[in-house]
Every structure is written in C-alpha cells, then in structure tokens.
Write a protein that binds this ligand. Sequence first.
Ligand code: ATP
Length: 230
Amino acid sequence: MSTAPLVRVEGITRIFGTGDAALRALDGVDLDVAAGEVVGLRGPSGSGKSTLLNIIACILEPSDGRLSLDGQVVWDGRYHVADLRRLRRERIGFIFQFHNLLPFLDATDNVALAMTLAGTEPAAARQRARELLDYLQVGRRAGAMPARLSGGEAQRVAIARALANHPRVILADEPTAALDSERARVVMDLLRRVAQEQQAAILVVTHDEKIFDRFDRMVALRDGRIEAIG
Ligand SMILES: Nc1ncnc2c1ncn2[C@@H]1O[C@H](COP(=O)(O)OP(=O)(O)OP(=O)(O)O)[C@@H](O)[C@H]1O
C-alpha cells in the first residue's frame, strides 16, 4: 500500500465562464487527506466547497493544478484515467445531504444495486448489502422502503450504499444537515469508524457546528482559497 495521501489536491483552480464573466471558484487550493482521516470542509456559501468536492470526485474538470488519488495522478491538465465512470463507481463513495435512495427499492436493494452495477453477482451483492446495513446499525430496517425510514436511518442506508464497492475515498456533502444533534453524532461516529477500519480518506462539507468536534482536521475555504487549517 502506498504511503502517499489518498487524496492530494495541488494548486487546483477552477474558473467558470470566460472574459469579463470569468469567476475563479477555486484559486490554487492545496489539500491532502490521508488514509484513516476525517477532514471537515467549511466556508461561506459560494466559497467553492461543492466545486472542490466535485473535482475530487472527477465529476467536474479543473482548470489548472493537479489531482492525485491513492498515489496516482488523475488530472494534471488532462485526465489520465480512461474510464472516469468506473473510477467513480469503484474508488469513490459519495454521500449527499438528502439520501437520494431510490423510492421503489428497499434498503437492501438500494445498497445492492450499487454493487450489481459494478458487476457483482446479485446474491453476493444482497448478502454484502445486509452485512453493511448491520455494520451501520440499521440492519433491522433491511427490508424497509425508503419512505418508511427515519432521516437518520435513511442516511445510514445511504452511507452503506456509498461503502458498497469498498471505496478508499469518501466524499460527503452536508451529510448531517437534515439530522438532529444526536443522529448527526451517530452518523459522524460511524464515518470515523469507517475511516479507521477501512483506512478510507473522508472529506465532509459541513456548516453543522454540532459536529465540528468530530473531525480530525477542519479546513476553511473563502473565495476559492484555503483560509485556515485547524
Ligand atoms: N456550473 C457553474 N457555472 C458557473 N458558476 C458556478 C458553477 N458552479 C458553481 N459556480 C460558482 O462558483 C462559486 C463556488 O460555488 P460552490 O457551489 O462550489 O460553493 P459552495 O461553497 O459549495 O456554496 P454552498 O455552501 O452555497 O453550497 C460560486 O460563486 C458559484 O456561483
């Protein structure tokens, strides 16, 4: 296993628009996230948090800089990965503010689908889905449809789905915003456990002050630049 950080962002810049309308949403951002680390990313609205997350997820192309994942240069003026969709599916787990579960599939099948799309055989996918739901302490809701899950349960199912293909990089955009303090802490403690036990690198965008003490490190963005690291 390489000792390089799982996520390495070097001088990443993203400009939207051209000419007078050009906007530097990110301006030379450097950030490393190591295996086992849970890093928080905060900053005012419009400071570039989602832009950075989308660049690390290879959903959005940078304008300049270099992005490496697990020691491999992924972008440095162009992508060095032939199949970006496969990279996203197999190496990156994404957790959103709202769980985005498919309403017509139960909890198990929501998690299993992520695996069958990546080529896992359906019975094996369902078995691993149930194990993951147990791991996230929501196993007793394995057969429930999303509409019947509480916010905290649904978010834990969404985390199980994000973990389905053993990603080493997990990106979360406001994962606790819709949860009360206690449920938010449960979700964060589970993410910490995932980071440690699976040696994953986890980057979480958050405005949620009630979970600030749950991060190994907090990074603040302002106007597309890293403001402070604490
Ligand atoms: N596709 C786009 N086209 C043009 N401008 C964009 C686009 N996406 C983002 N921006 C601009 O880039 C800047 C950074 O946006 P971004 O969504 O990354 O901020 P954010 O910190 O995630 O904000 P919020 O907390 O409100 O979600 C903003 O000024 C935004 O308007």
